[in-house]
Design a protein around this ligand. Structure first.
Ligand SMILES: C[S@@+](CC[C@H](N)C(=O)[O-])C[C@H]1O[C@@H](n2cnc3c(N)ncnc32)[C@H](O)[C@@H]1O
Length: 197
């Protein structure tokens, strides 16, 4: 009965949370922990350590199973808040979390975080917002003065259009492209327009 309900929600009602839970439970996203995904995490870790050394407060949106926090390591953040629409992913992330982490189940198109952050990261997740530019702009209001956004987008046939659609709201501070045996990923450090860093 549970399987039938899940099928109905995923396929008929197209409920995102059920779809993502199904995919995580089936192991369809296990590849994200692989060596061929390491480069894009390493670039983000490098940017965080270089641009916000010490104990930055970080918010990650669409965090999956928490691989960014695990790769960044506890000595490099003062607070790490992260959320994802999938309960299954968050359960796995929580299993690896420390006392400075808060993992939550939430939808990026609705959730309003508590407090402000030095860095807000969308790692392979902005595609899933219904309004990418609006979502980035809304979360940018939760940045501290001098706060920065980090966005990664995997190279695919819609990626240029997606970058184009969000470009007007932000200034580009830096970008790096990683190429692995699996994919090409562009990582950009963005400053809300009008903010000074
Ligand atoms: C390609 S995975 C990337 C996961 C993780 N950032 C990583 O790089 O390993 C995309 C993630 O976005 C999450 N997601 C999709 N729609 C979402 C939404 N509306 N709000 C929050 N998270 C969402 C999915 O559950 C999934 O974990």
């Amino acid at each position: 009965m549970q399987a039938l309900t899940s099928f109905f929600k995923r396929k008929i009602l197209r409920i995102d949370r059920d779809r993502w839970n199904y995919q995580y439970d089936k192991g369809l996203w296990d590849g994200l922990k692989g060596l061929d995904e390491l480069a894009r995490f390493s670039v983000i870790v490098g940017y965080i350590k270089f641009l916000k050394p010490g104990q930055p407060e970080i918010l990650e949106i669409g965090c999956g199973e928490g691989f960014l926090q695990q790769r960044l390591q506890t000595q490099n953040y003062g607070r790490f808040v992260a959320f994802d629409i999938s309960d299954s992913a968050i359960k796995n992330a929580q299993a690896q979390a420390d006392e400075k982490c808060t993992y939550l189940v939430a939808d990026m198109d609705k959730y309003a975080p508590a407090g402000q952050f030095d860095m807000i990261v969308f790692n392979e997740s902005i595609y899933y917002s219904k309004h990418p530019l609006k979502t980035l702009q809304r979360f940018a209001t939760y940045l501290k003065a001098n706060g920065l956004l980090i966005v990664t987008i995997n190279d695919h046939k819609h990626s240029d259009a997606l970058w184009q659609s969000i470009k007007d709201g932000f200034e580009l501070m830096d970008e790096a492209t990683t190429v692995t045996t699996k994919s090409t990923c562009v990582c950009k450090v963005l400053l809300p327009k009008g903010a000074k860093s």
